[in-house]
Design a protein around this ligand. Structure first.
Ligand code: GAL
Length: 414
């Protein structure tokens, strides 16, 4: 009798615990809301569901993720962090220092991340030696996109120097075409600024300015020239640029209203989602100058209670670094896989160019973290720089004043 009871009790306990476990769950905070981005994140949602997971979507619109980061802070402060968050660069370590990130080393080790990720990327995913984020891709930031018909019908080639860009823009403007599609949002101003800065300062100058925060470089004549070029860029945008979302700027290039856009290759995701063909409908080239500005999207997991959520985090981390996922997701997103063992056979010519340039830049010492996309600096420092860039772009501030303000803002942010 006793043994029957014990057996029945343990069966009941088993049933209860099985019933209580609802399967892996994840509430995912991200800012992938444009056409190409939504298609990409849908790949992850499907893969998560196919593996038994329940996904709760928490999209926060706003390119570059500023609004998403504000939403994240509010959630963490109220003691209710999302399970997984699209987070990248030094912000990962900043959250780790607040003691709110989960350790995903077990997943990383079981799936050999150390062997399939380049060291430069793996370094961003670690917090004091443990794995604290999972990388999804490599976006290149220093791209110039163009409408091929607009260029050919105006006798214009893709510009290889900033002087060529300025000459092409002046010619287009005279023909009644908007030379540069741009959205007046601080992160978009910063995106154009860092591409111009890489071209004018060179890779070493860029590193000194935006990684080392070297005062001499921040106030150099070359930096004055960067702001001079930014003033020219301001003259090449249309009067309605303020507040425009980046994907609407991409649409202006698609429909021929504008000729160029300077934007990371998530813009390619928009062209592709609209059925446009690279080399045919639109052109891609790196912005004038040497080097490669990388921007690696990743997910960090926040410390949460509950077995469902913890298993959801492990499943999500495993899936995003998975070989097939890295291919399919990045075909939609415009980026290239973070893993080194994914074939690029199905990728387009812009992606192949990106991978080749990344390898060459890595070998030549000009592979650099994007400051505008939160890969190079902590939030306080990158924010201080962007404030000056935007204030200059939206006023008649002189370049000489801008470099002085830059040095002061950086010093005050330390
Ligand atoms: C970048 C991000 C990309 C893309 C873009 C526009 O910072 O890395 O994945 O979403 O912003 O929001």
């Amino acid at each position: 009798m006793k043994s029957y009871l014990t057996c029945a009790a343990s069966t009941l306990a088993l049933v209860a615990s099985t019933a209580a476990f609802a399967g892996p769950e994840a509430e995912v905070l991200h800012y992938w809301t444009s056409g190409g981005e939504a298609k990409s994140v849908a790949v992850l949602q499907k893969e998560f569901a196919d593996n038994g997971g329940t996904w709760t979507d928490m999209p926060v619109a706003g390119g570059g993720g500023d609004a998403a980061m504000t939403a994240l802070r509010a959630r963490v402060l109220s003691g209710n962090a999302p399970t997984a968050v699209q987070l990248k660069g030094p912000a990962i370590q900043e959250w780790y220092e607040e003691g709110v990130l989960a350790d995903i080393s077990a997943v990383a080790e079981a799936n050999n991340w150390a062997d399939v990720l380049p060291e430069s990327i793996a370094g961003h995913m670690k917090c004091e030696g443990t794995w604290c984020a999972a990388p999804v891709n490599v976006h290149r930031v220093d791209w110039i996109w163009a409408n091929s018909d607009v260029l050919s019908s105006n006798g214009i080639e893709m510009p290889k120097t900033w002087d060529e860009f300025n000459a092409a823009a002046a010619k287009l403007q005279a023909a009644g075409i908007i030379p540069l599609a741009h959205g007046g949002q601080a992160w978009q101003d910063a995106t154009v600024f860092e591409a111009v800065a890489l071209g004018i300062l060179g890779a070493d100058g860029f590193r000194k300015a935006f990684v080392d925060l070297d005062k001499e470089t921040l106030t150099s004549d070359a930096m004055v020239a960067v702001f001079d070029q930014m003033r020219k860029m301001r003259g090449f945008v249309d009067p309605n640029f303020s507040g425009r979302d980046w994907n609407l700027a991409t649409a202006m290039v698609m429909n021929g209203e504008a000729a160029f856009q300077i934007m990371g290759d998530w813009a390619k995701g928009e062209f592709m989602a609209a059925g446009k063909v690279p080399g045919d409908d639109f052109l891609c080239m790196s912005t004038p100058g040497e080097g490669f500005l990388y921007n690696v999207d990743s997910f960090a997991m926040f410390s949460v209670d509950g077995e469902e959520k913890r298993q959801g985090q492990d499943l999500l981390a495993k899936l995003v670094v998975g070989q097939n996922f890295q291919k399919v997701f990045n075909l939609n997103k415009g980026s290239i896989p973070a893993r080194t063992d994914v074939s690029l056979d199905e990728f387009d010519s812009c992606a192949v160019l990106s991978a080749d340039d990344m390898a060459a830049s890595s070998a030549g010492g000009s592979l650099l973290p994007s400051y505008a996309h939160g890969m190079a600096l902590r939030g306080a420092q990158s924010g201080a720089i962007t404030d000056v860039v935007t204030a200059h772009f939206n006023s008649d501030m002189s370049s000489a004043d801008a470099v002085q303000q830059l040095a002061t803002a950086v010093a005050n942010s330390m």
